[in-house]
Design a protein around this ligand. Structure first.
Ligand code: DGY
Length: 441
């Protein structure tokens, strides 16, 4: 396993850009929000100063309203990515960060549990403790933004209005909401995709999906990216099960941090209480025995099972019966010859084992799933998730995502999307540490 560790560190070092880490060269040349969170946990294993710098630089793009953007464009001259900072035009919002420039939407709010993870590894390090005190109020502001601007019915659950916010851009769970958009090509701004120039188009979202992404960007822009008009107008208005589970787990992380370094956490406790109760009610589907994402515009659960439905395990939300249903499903997937865990329902006609979030395996998702399974004493299944992730990387390399069907590897010698990918590297580092910590071998 030493070669994997060495390679992972080499990737993080090559993707380091003087204070932050790009996800992968060419395809994603800036700093991404949740990528950086996962990367910081990898650095925490051997270079905690870099972990702190990573997060400091990420939060340097935080807006006055608390929003933490999904991309921080640390360079204004790098022009190989679409949509770049000028396309976002975030100056429509008076409190948007202009130095550095950023996008106008957010991503999964992982940073509360990331900070907890880092502090746990370095409990006696005074510099890390001081850093925790510095970052804590910024994360609180970020969560306040989600509850104040994205929770119109005050349910303790927040909405997203763009698939990019979910991090799972082209998951079939968004199809119905995206199809509500009425696209008039003549009214869309001219744009040129760059992603399909550096990654295989068959592994990326389609042109029709990109038109819809651009439409929703324009919608956000018309409302200064945080206006009440977004909830009133957006045909895509979603309470994502995964993101809300992540927010709850991040809040739990913040409580741990606050207890360790002596900060007030009453507000976080209140969020937790309300969020956990609403979560069960809103997302659990008794018929499917699964957590489903909620379409706030259509006022109904979205019928498809995606990987986001397992992430409540990570936040400790399912009761024992619910957890059993989830783990049974994972065992079934494994028995059918898949690596854990495909990003979408393998039995659905919409499953596509190659295309981005419609089926492939994603390493950082596996890290959250692994942690969740451990919490529910599902050690064998957790070990499968860990082993599958390491086996995939070992077989074909540190890709962004991977074919999920085992039998396809007879003829496949690579993964999908970007290569030398940062969160794949950091996940491998964390899994390798787990092997030692848990004495798995
Ligand atoms: C992309 O460019 O594909 C990203 O997922 C958007 O953040």
């Amino acid at each position: 396993m030493n070669h994997l560790k060495q390679k992972a560190k080499e990737i993080l070092s090559n993707n380091w850009r003087n204070g932050f880490t790009i996800p992968t060269a060419k395809l994603y040349p800036f700093q991404w929000n949740w990528d950086s969170g996962f990367v910081a946990m990898g650095f925490a294993q051997y270079a905690v100063k870099q972990a702190m710098q990573e997060l400091r630089n990420l939060f340097s793009g935080q807006w006055q309203n608390g929003m933490l953007p999904h991309i921080i464009f640390h360079s204004e001259t790098e022009n190989t990515y679409f949509p770049n900072w000028d396309f976002w035009e975030t100056s429509v919002n008076a409190g948007a960060s202009q130095q550095p420039k950023t996008s106008g939407i957010t991503q999964p709010p992982v940073h509360g549990f990331v900070l907890d993870f880092i502090l746990n590894l370095h409990q006696d390090d005074e510099e890390v403790k001081a850093f925790a005190k510095e970052l804590y109020p910024k994360i609180i502001n970020y969560h306040r933004f989600l509850y104040n601007y994205r929770d119109p019915k005050k349910e303790g659950l927040f909405f997203i209005y763009h698939p990019w916010e979910s991090g799972r851009d082209n998951s079939p769970i968004w199809d119905e909401s995206l199809n509500r958009l009425v696209i008039d090509e003549a009214k869309l701004p001219n744009y040129e995709r760059r992603d399909t120039k550096v990654a295989d188009a068959s592994e990326r979202p389609t042109k029709d999906q990109y038109d819809r992404y651009v439409y929703l960007m324009q919608l956000g822009k018309r409302h200064q990216y945080d206006g009440e008009g977004i909830a009133k107008e957006s045909p895509f208005l979603i309470q994502d099960c995964m993101m809300n589970a992540i927010l709850i787990q991040a809040n739990k992380g913040l409580v741990n941090v606050a207890k360790q370094v002596g900060l007030d956490f009453a507000e976080v406790e209140a969020w937790l209480q309300q969020g956990a109760a609403s979560f069960q009610h809103k997302f659990w589907n008794e018929e499917k025995q699964f957590y489903l994402t909620y379409d706030l515009r259509g006022e109904k659960q979205i019928a498809h099972k995606d990987i986001g439905g397992y992430i409540p395990l990570f936040a400790g939300l399912p009761n024992a019966t619910q957890a059993n249903h989830l783990t049974q499903k994972l065992n079934d997937i494994k028995e059918k010859g898949f690596y854990l865990c495909p990003s979408f329902d393998i039995d659905s006609p919409l499953f596509d084992s190659k295309r981005y979030w419609r089926g492939p395996v994603w390493p950082h998702m596996n890290w959250m799933l692994y942690q969740g399974l451990l919490q529910y004493q599902q050690t064998e299944l957790a070990k499968t998730v860990l082993n599958d992730t390491l086996a995939l990387v070992d077989q074909v390399g540190f890709y962004e995502y991977f074919e999920s069907q085992k039998n396809k590897y007879d003829q496949l010698d690579h993964g999908f999307g970007g290569n030398h990918f940062s969160w794949s590297a950091s996940t491998v580092l964390n899994f390798l540490e787990e092997i030692v910590k848990m004495s798995y071998f």
